[in-house]
Design a binder for this molecule. Structure first.
Ligand code: ADP
Ligand code: MG
Length: 365
């Protein structure tokens, strides 16, 4: 089921005495989610992710704009008739019910021609439990399950009505690091198997990048960029997106362009063909540095962290906005122990320039 958001806007009254009268939680969203894909909504806390999901499932009414599921305009369709499965940020299982009863629960309230017999309900619950690999645990209570298993019960409960659309609001935030990894692979598998169009909300860029077919990066209710994860990482449209994606984060320097050369401090570090003389934010991905004793860019060396496959060169530079400059290089390289400074050549595709006023990307030819 394809989903279309058209000029979707949600404003809330601002209850605080100071500041503007309204909070624009979702500001004029227009985009299309292709059928059967997994989309990651990504952005810091408060950027409007949960509000977007609430609008899609019908728990909130938009201030303006429309939502289509396929060709159906569902903007005014009540939540229970939209065919949406929802796993909430704080998914609550019923503690006194068994896993089977928890999964079956959404089916028990179906009315009219949708009403199911007990056998049918059990068969559907069984089917959903197989998808999330919970067979064998059906008689347990939630307290007798691990966090990851509880999460899978919540997903099975959202799937049991065979929804047209699955919405997951920060579904992994309650899990520890290892389980988070496992469960996100699990979600990807379930999504592929069912082919249900899925929207996955997270503030964790790595999580969003790793499982999404497409990511939507948001900030303060405004879409910043939409694209395949690698595409957005490789071609960020603005400084916010460049800084939000990637670990370790991108290195941000105050720089300037003069005579089609990028300067950081008084060193000309890279060509900047086609760029007018101006001040810029010069940003360099950690993998954009190559050790080179004759390289044009020098930093004061702080230390070297060994990470196995790679080493992380930690340095400082007076023009750097980050506390430290971090360069990730292959461990085949050797950094002289006790050296005071380190020199680099920069990889052009890993360096992005941004306008200091608009923070939009400046194109280099
Ligand atoms: P996220 O899920 O990305 O953390 P939310 O969608 O929950 O963000 O919130 C977006 C913005 O809308 C925030 O500024 C939040 O305070 C505000 N907001 C959300 N729900 C309400 C509400 N019911 N009333 C007033 N403001 C709200
Ligand atoms: Mg939220």
């Amino acid at each position: 089921m394809k989903i279309v958001l058209q000029n979707l806007t949600k404003k809330f009254p601002n209850r605080s005495k100071t500041g503007p009268k309204e909070v624009v939680a979702v500001n004029d969203f227009t985009f299309e989610i292709p059928d059967g894909k997994l989309i990651g909504l990504l952005g810091p806390s408060g950027c409007g992710k949960s509000t977007t999901l609430n609008l899609l499932c019908g728990l909130e009414k938009p201030t303006s704009g429309s939502i289509f599921f396929g060709d159906d305009d569902v903007t005014k369709v009540p939540a229970e008739r939209r065919g949406v499965g929802f796993v909430f940020q704080n998914y609550a299982l019923y503690p006194h019910l068994s896993v089977r009863q928890n999964i079956r629960f959404p089916l028990e309230n179906l009315k009219g021609d949708q009403k199911l017999s007990k056998q049918e309900m059990n068969a559907r619950a069984e089917e959903a439990s197989k998808l999330v690999q919970l067979e064998g645990l059906m008689e347990r209570k939630p307290s007798e399950l691990s966090g990851g298993q509880q999460q899978r019960v919540a997903i099975a409960r959202a799937l049991v009505k065979t929804p047209r659309v699955l919405l997951l609001d920060e579904p992994l935030s309650n899990l520890d690091a290892r389980l988070r990894l496992q469960t996100r692979e699990e979600i990807r598998r379930i999504q592929r198997e069912t082919g249900v169009t899925t929207i996955f909300v997270t503030h964790d860029q790595e999580e969003a990048m790793s499982i999404s077919d497409m990511i939507v990066v948001m900030r303060d209710g405004v879409i910043q960029q939409i694209g395949q994860p690698q595409e957005v990482y490789d071609e960020p449209d603005n400084l916010f997106v460049a800084k939000f994606l990637g670990t370790p984060p991108i290195n941000v320097f105050k720089g300037y362009v003069k005579g089609e050369k990028l300067f950081i401090g008084d060193e000309a570090v890279l060509d900047a063909k086609g760029v007018a003389d101006q001040e810029v934010w010069a940003t360099i991905r950690p993998e954009g540095f190559e050790l080179d004793e004759n390289g044009p860019f020098s930093c004061a060396l702080t230390g070297v962290e060994v990470m196995g496959r790679d080493i992380s060169v930690v340095a400082t530079h007076p023009q750097c906005e980050n506390v430290t400059v971090r360069a990730i290089i292959s461990s085949r390289n050797k950094v002289a122990v006790g050296a005071q400074s380190v020199r680099f050549t920069l990889v052009p595709e890993k360096v992005f320039l941004f306008d200091p006023q608009t923070e939009e990307r400046i194109c280099v030819q």
